[in-house]
Design a protein around this ligand. Structure first.
Ligand SMILES: [Zn+2]
Length: 629
């Protein structure tokens, strides 16, 4: 936002009145020449701690049509730049080189513009090398005919682009202070260089015999107008005072020390408007976001692309490059735009997926042991097309749950004389799934329905009881996956007893079938992960990770992950930290999480003390993950 600026006296030391004038007019940016003594800056900064200095690099070697070489110029200004370092960051390289009368070295022709461009680029290169901390500006040009500033800018385009900012002079006469040709000439410069910050290093009214009151009115109008142009950083009126009578009409005080009305008018005019309108995008930015925008600049924030709005109880405003949020303290801060964007993209994916139907069921972890199981020496099961399958038939093994598929295979082959085990799948009490026959095999498990059925056997005898939840949940997941793969709906899931007169899979099947169907609905699916980070602790029966929980306290306090004990919940997170070794949280769980797209990290530890140390270390280093992201 345009700071209220003034060109200081072109002198080494200032008379007392100038210090007072700068104070009284509440000047925010003071433009000085590099010949000014550093003690002047020291005093002004002491009296106006927030004042900004812009230093014009001035050299007496410039004169009618002559100029120092880049090397001579740099050698002479370099010690001055170094001296100004505690006070100034912005340096304007020279002044009005295009002046038609060649009073500043070059002249207005194309050829002279090209010569200046070469001179300038060499100076800029050398200065940037010497003073990487400084911001160098392309100098304000003499404007309009016959000085040809716009033509010059085109010829010097790469020189302007290389510069940190672009200087601009805006002079006018009569009521032209708001005309785009004169007072608002910087708008034409902005059109040529839309990404370059502009400093109006000189402006002034040269109307002959203008009254001091008129001058005050127009200058105030001008400063106020500039608040509409966020790319203008400062505007320095020409000039506080001058020993040279030629500039007397512009001076804010007489050499006798009388202040012109402009000093008081500028002192009293409103500063820092409550809101700023950006015509490029059509949105306004108010306080406190405007303060943050001032601080960070348009280059970092971009233009506003929304009004200030309330989202989930927080005042926010969107800019092209950042998101600003209002803190409870009332101050503005940058929001987590990156995270928000990522979330929005995922929600969009989710939305797209929901338009195309639900996301696919995640393939369960299945250990294929069908080749290893005992087979009949000569008998072979017939085979089928997968399209022949109509039923998923649930069985129980009707023997103690620790008897595995090998036992059943041996029984079916040796005692029954079958070609191999009768089932296609076998699920142990912990929910581990084994594939025992390829789906294409027509094995024996449901008589007339063998050719259209898939046999799924749960380990255990459920004549009078129902299977453990881990087993039901695995069965549900397997069925959901098979239904999708085979193009069947949930009515395909049947108990053995629903097809054939038998008690299999147990007397309470009707009761737990609904649990199986529920588990089918809740089977983990690919895609959307609404949680950011889940911390998965182990649990086994009555036992759980109580010591790990205690050790993680400080970590949880710092990073606030979602914590729990459920793999199914963990599938909802983009990042998962497993707390516990493979015997506590199995490898299958880890693989399932990875396969679903979670980024998984397992914390291994010899004992609780070393886990505690690991957590404390992560907290101290601010590391949420050891190896992820
Ligand atoms: Zn059965």
């Amino acid at each position: 936002m345009a700071r209220v600026g003034l060109n200081a006296r072109n002198d080494v030391f200032f008379p007392e009145e100038d210090f007072r004038l700068i104070q009284e007019a509440r000047i925010e940016t003071l433009k000085i020449l590099s010949l000014t003594d550093i003690s002047v800056c020291e005093r002004i900064r002491r009296e106006n701690p927030s004042i900004e200095f812009i230093v014009r690099l001035w050299d007496k070697g410039f004169g009618l049509g002559k100029h120092p070489t880049p090397q001579e110029f740099v050698e002479r200004v370099a010690p001055r730049i170094q001296a100004f370092r505690p006070y100034a960051e912005k340096f304007e390289i020279h002044n009005e080189p295009n002046h038609f009368h060649r009073i500043e070295g070059w002249g207005s022709s194309d050829e002279q513009a090209r010569d200046f461009r070469n001179w300038y680029l060499e100076v800029l290169r050398r200065l940037k090398e010497l003073f990487p901390w400084a911001k160098f500006g392309f100098p304000g040009l003499a404007i309009n005919y016959p000085h040809r500033d716009l033509e010059w800018l085109e010829i010097c385009r790469d020189a302007v682009e290389e510069s940190d900012w672009l200087g601009c002079h805006c002079y006018w006469q009569y009521e032209n202070h708001l005309s785009p040709e004169w007072g608002l000439r910087f708008k034409l410069y902005h059109e040529l260089f839309p990404n370059k910050p502009i400093e109006i290093t000189e402006f002034g009214d040269s109307t002959p015999d203008i009254s001091p009151e008129e001058m005050a009115r127009k200058y105030v109008e001008y400063y106020q107008e500039l608040y509409k142009y966020p790319y203008v950083n400062s505007a320095c009126a020409f000039i506080a005072s001058s020993p040279d009578l030629a500039w007397a009409p512009f001076a804010w005080r007489t050499e006798e020390g009388v202040f012109r009305p402009v000093v008081q008018a500028v002192a009293l005019m409103p500063r820092r408007p409550p809101a700023l309108y950006f015509e490029e995008t059509g949105f306004s930015v108010g306080r406190p976001f405007l303060d943050l925008l001032d601080k960070l600049g348009l280059e970092i924030c971009g233009l506003p692309i929304s009004e200030e709005v309330e989202e989930e109880g927080v005042r926010v405003q969107y800019f092209q490059k950042v998101l600003m949020v209002r803190l409870p303290s009332g101050e503005a801060a940058l929001g987590n735009a990156g995270e928000l964007l990522l979330r929005a993209k995922e929600e969009l994916e989710e939305l797209k997926a929901s338009l195309e139907g639900p996301a696919p069921v995640l393939e369960p972890i299945i250990e294929d042991i069908s080749a290893k199981l005992l087979k009949h020496p000569s008998e072979r099961y017939p085979r089928r097309e997968l399209s022949a399958i109509k039923y998923l038939v649930v069985h129980h093994s009707a023997i103690p749950p620790d008897r595995g598929p090998e036992v059943i295979a041996r029984y079916h082959v040796e005692k029954q004389g079958w070609p191999g085990i009768g089932y296609h799948y076998f699920i142990d009490p912990q929910g581990k799934i084994y594939q025992t026959n390829p789906l294409e095999v027509i094995s024996y498990h449901a008589r007339a329905y063998n050719s259209s059925g898939v046999g799924i056997c749960l380990a255990g005898n459920f004549t009078d009881s129902i299977p453990p939840m881990a087993q039901i949940s695995a069965l549900g997941h397997l069925c959901a996956f098979l239904l999708e793969k085979l193009g069947l709906d949930k009515s395909a899931i049947v108990g053995h007893q629903e097809l054939v007169p038998t008690v299999c899979p147990g007397g309470r099947w009707k009761e737990w079938k609904s649990l199986v169907l529920k588990a089918v609905d809740e089977a983990p699916r690919q895609g959307f992960k609404p949680l950011y980070h889940y911390m998965l602790f182990w649990q086994k029966g009555e036992e759980w990770a109580s010591e790990e929980w205690e050790a993680a306290k400080n970590y949880v306090a710092k990073f606030r992950p979602t914590c729990g004990f459920s793999v199914k919940e963990a599938l909802q997170a983009r990042y998962v930290t497993i707390v516990g070794s493979e015997d506590k949280v199995g490898e299958e769980a880890e693989e399932l999480l990875r396969r679903s797209g979670c980024k998984v990290e397992r914390l291994s530890y010899a004992d609780i003390a070393s886990l505690q140390k690991l957590f404390d270390d992560m907290v101290t280093k601010g590391k949420r993950f050891l190896s992820l992201v």
